[in-house]
Write a protein that binds this ligand. Structure first.
Ligand code: NDP
Length: 464
C-alpha cells in the first residue's frame, strides 16, 4: 500500500480528523465497523477523495498502508479500543504503530503500552469536531521514537498559535491522555466560574440574557479573551426559534458530563494534589443533574433575595473572574507538576501551556502569558511567578468582594469560592493544622512536631 497513515472509526471525530489529514496532503486509508459509514464518507470527501482510500475489511485497510504502518483509532474509549487493538494487532508487522486518539483514561493507556507488545501511542485530541476538522490541540504520549515517526502529520493537522503548532509529545505511556484529562478538568472549572458569574448577573442583578451576552462580549476583548467567554456571550445572546425567547431560558439547568472531569478529581486525590476549583465544578454538575432535589430544597428553605442589595460593579465581577481563572490554572498546573514527579514523566509544563493556546476548548490569550511564566521556573506555583503575582494582587479583592456578595445573597459560587479559599490557605504561613495535629495526638497518639525545638514524635499531657 501507499497510504501514509490509516484511521479506524469514522464517527464525529474520526471523519473530521481523516478529512483534516487528507487536506494537509497526506494519503489516508480508512475503515469503519459499519461499512455504509465508510462508503458515505468516501462519497462526501469531495475534492479530498483522491487522498482517501476507503476499505471494507481490516485486512484491506492494513494492505492499503505503506510500511512501517501507523494507524489511528478514533473509537469510544474503553472496551472498543481493546477490541479493536486485539483485532488489528495480529494483522500488523512488528514495527506497525497503533495510535489511540480517543479520550482514554490514562491508566488504560499505561496498561496498553505495557501489554500491547507493539509500538503504541496514546494521544489526547481536543477541540471537538471543529477542532478535529480544522486544527485540534494534540497531546502525545508513548515512546518518543514512535511520536517522532508521526509528528510531521500530527503537527501539520494541529491548530497553530501564530506559527507554533499546538501538538507536542508530553512523555512516556499515558502522559498525553493524562494531560488531556487535566485539560478537561480545567475546562469544567473555567466553564463553572463563567456560569457562576452568569448567575450573579441574572439572579443577583436581574439582567436579561442578551445584556449578559453583551457583558461577556466586552470582557472577551480584555484579559479574559478566550474561546469559553466568547461562546458564553453567543449562548447568552441566542434566541429560541420556537418561542422567540432567550435560548438560555428554555435550556434545562442540568449539566451532562462524560467523566473526564471526574477522572481528574479522582487522580488529584490519589496524587494528594489540591484542585478545589475543579472538584467544585464536578460537584456543581452533579448537583445540577438533581433537579428534583433542588426543587425540594427551594420549597423547604426558599432562595436568596431576588436582587443583591450590594451587587458588585461589572468591573469587580470581571476581575473576580480573572482571579478565579488564575487560581484554577495554578491548581491544574501544580497537579501536572505533582504527577510529573510521581510518575517520573518530566511533563513539559511551559509546552503544555503553549499547546493549549489554540485548537482546544480552554484556549485563551492568558495561556500565552502562563507559558512564559512557567518557562522561568516550571516547578513554581503559577501565582508566585512575578507576572501572575501582580495580577493576583490586582484582582483578589474583587474575587473576595464578589464571593461575599454572592454568598450573602444565597447565590451559589462554589468554584469561585473554593478558588478563593485555596488562595487564602496558600498565603497563610501559620495555618490551623496545629489543632488538627493536637486532635490526632489526643485520640490516636499520632505525635506532633514541636516548632520551637524541631523535636518529632511529641505528645500532649493526655499521653500516658
Ligand atoms: P462517535 O460515536 O461519533 O463515533 C464512534 C466511532 O467508533 C464510530 O465510527 C463507530 O463505528 C466506532 N465504534 C464504536 N464502537 C466500536 C467498537 N466496539 N469497535 C469498533 N468501532 C467502534 O464518537 P466520537 O467520534 O465523538 O468519539 C470518538 C472518541 O473521541 C471518543 O473516545 C471520544 O471520547 C473522543 N473525543 C470526542 C470529542 C467530541 O467532541 N466528540 C472530543 C475529543 C475526543 P460504527 O459506525 O460502526 O458505529
Amino acid at each position: 500500500g501507499t497510504a501514509e497513515i490509516g484511521l479506524i472509526g469514522l464517527g464525529t471525530m474520526g471523519s473530521a480528523l481523516a478529512l483534516n489529514i487528507a487536506e494537509k496532503g497526506f494519503d489516508i486509508a480508512v475503515w469503519n465497523r459499519t461499512p455504509e459509514v465508510t462508503r458515505d464518507f468516501a462519497k462526501e470527501a469531495g475534492e479530498l477523495a483522491p487522498r482517501v482510500t476507503p476499505t471494507e475489511t481490516l485486512e484491506e485497510l492494513v494492505a492499503a498502508i505503506a510500511e512501517p504502518r501507523a494507524i489511528i483509532l478514533m473509537v469510544p474509549a474503553g472496551d472498543p479500543v481493546d477490541q479493536q487493538m486485539a483485532a488489528l494487532r495480529p494483522l500488523l508487522g512488528p514495527d506497525d504503530l497503533i495510535i489511540d486518539a480517543g479520550n482514554a483514561n490514562f491508566h488504560d493507556t499505561n496498561r496498553r503500552a505495557a501489554e500491547d507488545g507493539g509500538p503504541f501511542l496514546g494521544i489526547g485530541v481536543s477541540g471537538g469536531e471543529e477542532g478535529a476538522r480544522h486544527g485540534p490541540a494534540i497531546m502525545g504520549g508513548g515512546d518518543r521514537a514512535n511520536w517522532d515517526r508521526v509528528a510531521h502529520i500530527l503537527t501539520a493537522i494541529s491548530a497553530k498559535y501564530q506559527d507554533h503548532p499546538c501538538a507536542a509529545w508530553m512523555g512516556e505511556e499515558g502522559a498525553g491522555h493524562f494531560v488531556k484529562a487535566v485539560h478537561n478538568g480545567i475546562e469544567y472549572a473555567d466553564m463553572q466560574m463563567i456560569a457562576e458569574i452568569y448567575g450573579i448577573l441574572r439572579d443577583g442583578m436581574g439582567m436579561e440574557a442578551a445584556e449578559i451576552g453583551d457583558v461577556f462580549e466586552r470582557w472577551n476583548d480584555g484579559p479574559l479573551d478566550s474561546y469559553l467567554v466568547e461562546i458564553s456571550a453567543k449562548v447568552a445572546k441566542a434566541t429560541d426559534a420556537a418561542t422567540g425567547r432567550p435560548l438560555l431560558s428554555v435550556i434545562e439547568d442540568a449539566a451532562g458530563q462524560k467523566g473526564t472531569g471526574r477522572w481528574t478529581v479522582i487522580e488529584a486525590q490519589h496524587l494528594g494534589a489540591p484542585i478545589p476549583a475543579i472538584d467544585s465544578a464536578v460537584m456543581a454538575r452533579n448537583v445540577s443533574a438533581r433537579r428534583d432535589l433542588r426543587a425540594e430544597g427551594e420549597r423547604l428553605f426558599g432562595r436568596g433575595p431576588e436582587t443583591m442589595p450590594d451587587a458588585p460593579a461589572l468591573e469587580t465581577l470581571e476581575k473576580a473572574l480573572i482571579a478565579g481563572k488564575i487560581m484554577c490554572y495554578a491548581q491544574g498546573f501544580s497537579m501536572i507538576a505533582r504527577a510529573s514527579d510521581q510518575f517520573g514523566w518530566a511533563l513539559p509544563l511551559p509546552e503544555i501551556a503553549r499547546v493549549w493556546r489554540a485548537g482546544c476548548i480552554i484556549r485563551s490569550e492568558m495561556l500565552n502569558d502562563m507559558a512564559s511564566a512557567l518557562t522561568d521556573d516550571p516547578s513554581r506555583l503559577l501565582i508566585f511567578a512575578p507576572d501572575f503575582a501582580e495580577r493576583v494582587k490586582d484582582t483578589q479583592e474583587s474575587l473576595r468582594e464578589t464571593v461575599i456578595a454572592a454568598q450573602r445573597a444565597g447565590i451559589a459560587v462554589p468554584a469561585l469560592g473554593s478558588g478563593l479559599a485555596w488562595f487564602d490557605l496558600i498565603r497563610t504561613a501559620r495555618g490551623t493544622a496545629d489543632m488538627i495535629q493536637g486532635q490526632r495526638d489526643f485520640f490516636g497518639l499520632h505525635g506532633f512536631v514541636r516548632m520551637d525545638t524541631g523535636a518529632t514524635d511529641q505528645h500532649g499531657p493526655w499521653a500516658g
